[in-house]
Every structure is written in C-alpha cells, then in structure tokens.
Design a protein around this ligand. Structure first.
Ligand SMILES: CCCCC/C=C/CC(=O)SCCNC(=O)CCNC(=O)[C@H](O)C(C)(C)COP(=O)(O)OP(=O)(O)OC[C@H]1O[C@@H](n2cnc3c(N)ncnc32)[C@H](O)[C@@H]1OP(=O)(O)O
Length: 360
C-alpha cells in the first residue's frame, strides 16, 4: 500500500508542478490580508518549488496539494457568483423546487417545472465527472424526486458531455484508514447510489446530451427511457482501468443486448455510437443534435401530462419482479470493485490518467 500512496503522492506533486497556470482567479481578494497573495507572488512560489534540489517529502507535498485545492475552491466561488449573476439576468422557465433541499455543491442542479424534475450534472469543464459529493447529492435528489409532485424525473448533463464517469481524482483523497478504507467506503457509496436507481418508483428518463463514460453508461440499464443526441457515444473502459462492471450492467447489459455484444462493451471497452446503442436496445431513440433538446423536452412535457399513478403502477409491474435480483447483483459488483480498486492494475491506470499519460 505504501507503493500506492507513494505513486499517488508523486502524481499530485507532478500535477501541481505541471499546472500552476491552470489555477485561475489568484488575483481575486475575497478574504483578509492572508488571502491577498498576488498572481506574481504565486508564480514566484511555483518557480521556487520547481528549483528545489531535494524532494520535500510526502507530508509537505500533501500540504501543497491542499493549498492548491483551496485556489481551485476560489475558482468555484467565482464560477458560482458568475452563474448567479447570469441567472438573475435571464430567468429560467424552470425553478429550483422550493420544497426541496438543494444539493450541497453547484455541480448538481435540481429543478422542477412542466411536470418534470430535472437532475442536471453541472460540471462541464470536467466533462461532468462524478465527485464523491455528487454521488451523495444525486442520492438525495433521487430520494426527494421519488416523493415530489412531478410525474417524470430526468437525468441529464450540462455542456458537451453527458458524463465522463467516476471522477478519477476521488481516489486521491485517502482517508486516515488508507486505501483499504477508501475502497470500502467507495463500495458502500456505489452500492447506495445504484440502489436508488433500482428502487426509483416513477418514470426515470436519461436525456443523454453527449458522450457517456463508465458508470454513466452502466446505470442506463436501470432507466425506463433513454434519449440520446446523435453526438453521444457509450463507453465502458473497465478493463483499461483495471476495474469491473457496476451499475448492474453485468446483468442488465447481457439481458438488453445479448451476452456477446455486452461482453464486447464490458470486457473489451468497445465504444458504441448512439445509433449502435439504439440498435442494441440500450438507447430508446436517437435525435439529431441540432433538434435534440427541443424535440426531447417537447415529448417529455407531453408524457408528463399522462396520469401519474398509472405510470407508477405500470413501472412497478414492469420492474418489481427484477428488484431482488438487481439488489443482489449490485451488492456483488460493489464487492468485486472494492477488491479491484486495490489492485495494481487499477492503481496504475488511475495514476497514469492523473499524470496525464493516458486518456480514453
Ligand atoms: C463512489 C465511487 C463509485 C465509483 C464507480 C466507478 C465507476 C467507474 C467509471 O466510471 S470508469 C470511467 C472513468 N472515467 C474515465 O476514465 C474518463 C477519463 N477522462 C478522459 O479520458 C477524458 O477526459 C475524456 C475522454 C472524458 C475527455 O477528453 P477531452 O480531451 O475531450 O477533455 P479533457 O481530457 O481535456 O477533459 C477536460 C477536463 O476534465 C477532466 N476530466 C474528464 N473526465 C474526468 C474524470 N473521469 N475524472 C477526473 N477528471 C476528468 C480532465 O482531466 C480535464 O481536466 P483539466 O482541464 O484539469 O486538465
């Protein structure tokens, strides 16, 4: 395990040295004197760090990484304020649901309107990669949506991606219990997250606005309807990452598309186009990107006027006999992944992505 911690520490350190200029908003003075470091001071400090002859050790590197993250938090602050200013200039037709506890982070936006509750992944600069906080927020949003007034619930993304899957930097926040504790708590969170989709009682629709990767693809087997832009692709590169299938895909994908097509995706990471995913039954319908939003939302608004109890009960009849099986599959997949996350294959793949050596 020391090897893993060392590898990640090296990644963090090299990432920090590599990307000082990716830290924006340094000139913004939002606090007291201690916050008033100028861009020049910061750049000087980074240059000095690069000149150090001796490795400052893991403890110092972790401190540097934490400070670097604080600067990233300032950027989030600026992004949020500009988003608030933008939304006060152009009011959206959808309103945040008043009776709903809003997500902890602005990386998830939940709105309700026209009989539809929309859960929007809102981290476009990171291709909507799912942070640990986002998993918690999605769980809370689904729980609230299961009880709200809207007959239909939608999951979609902001920007050009639907979602690039699990945020690979989630694995760098090692808790006191080390990698084993990180793997254990991630497996519990994964299981709880997927259970919410298995148990969701109303029509659940994915509006796939762009490429989808990893867990954002596998959970689609638990949705009732999946609409995709023709720009979308569907990619589950688990073997490339030393990982294994989740989201009940080891069960739903063979059922939906047959075992050999499922194996090509889940074992070999074959990326499907939207048309291929539709031909194989994972996607309900594909729309041209130019009319995607207009056509899909018009259709969903019409569907949301159907009697809600009839839709719920029909979903129950379709899905309920599978629930027990799905819960068992989810538990098994989460346990297997817990082991996988501690494997050399997985650690090397994550370290390689974080040090920018690899991309899908
Ligand atoms: C509770 C835990 C549950 C865990 C469940 C497990 C799930 C398994 C999976 O989901 S496996 C899938 C994991 N995802 C990936 O491996 C995708 C990694 N990302 C990429 O390969 C590429 O970023 C891309 C192909 C998605 C997009 O490439 P493109 O060139 O178009 O864009 P950039 O690479 O420049 O991306 C923009 C910035 O976004 C960061 N980013 C994108 N995806 C992720 C991600 N999954 N994790 C962390 N960061 C991601 C990327 O690093 C860029 O950041 P930067 O601007 O700071 O450089």
């Amino acid at each position: 395990m020391a090897g893993f911690a060392g590898r990640l520490a090296r990644c963090w350190y090299s990432g920090f040295l590599r990307s000082p200029l990716q830290v924006p908003a340094l000139g913004l003075h939002v606090g007291g004197p201690a916050m008033q470091t100028s861009q020049k001071d910061f750049n000087n400090a980074v240059s000095q760090l690069k000149l150090l002859k001796e490795d400052p050790g893991n403890e110092v590197k972790l401190k540097l990484y934490a400070l670097y993250k604080q600067e990233a938090a300032r950027q989030n602050y600026v992004d949020l304020v500009s988003k608030l200013s933008a939304s006060s200039e152009s009011p959206s037709p959808e309103a945040p649901a008043a009776d709903r506890k809003q997500p902890e982070s602005d990386s998830l936006v939940v709105t309700s309107g026209d009989g539809i509750t929309t859960i929007r992944l809102n981290r476009p600069t990171k291709k909507n990669a799912l942070t640990t906080q986002m998993y918690h927020d999605i769980i809370a949003a689904l729980q609230a949506a299961s009880k709200d007034e809207s007959p239909i619930t939608v999951l979609t993304g902001s920007g050009d991606y639907f979602c690039s899957g699990n945020d690979l930097t989630n694995f760098t926040s090692l808790p006191a219990g080390g990698p084993e504790e990180m793997a254990r708590s991630s497996a519990v969170l994964l299981r709880d997250f997927v259970n919410c989709f298995i148990d969701f009682p109303k029509p659940l629709v994915a509006v796939v606005n762009g490429p989808a990767v990893g867990i954002s693809v596998t959970i689609l087997g638990l949705f009732d309807v999946v609409y995709a832009t023709d720009r979308a692709t569907f990619h589950t590169p688990f073997s490339h990452l030393g990982q294994s299938p989740e989201g009940c895909s080891s069960y739903t994908f063979p059922k939906i598309m047959g075992s050999s097509k499922a194996a090509e995706m889940l074992l070999f990471g074959k990326k499907l186009t939207a048309q291929e995913a539709c031909a194989q039954g994972l996607v309900t319908e594909v729309f041209p990107d130019s009319t995607f939003q207009k056509e899909v939302w018009a259709r969903l608004k019409a569907y949301s006027k159907l009697p809600p109890n009839a839709m719920r009960i029909s979903k129950q009849i379709i899905r309920d006999r599978e629930k027990e099986k799905l819960h068992a599959v989810n538990a098994e997949e989460s346990n297997v992944l817990r082991e996988r996350w501690l494997s050399d294959e997985c650690m090397n793949a994550i370290a390689s992505f974080l040090s920018r050596k690899s991309k899908l």
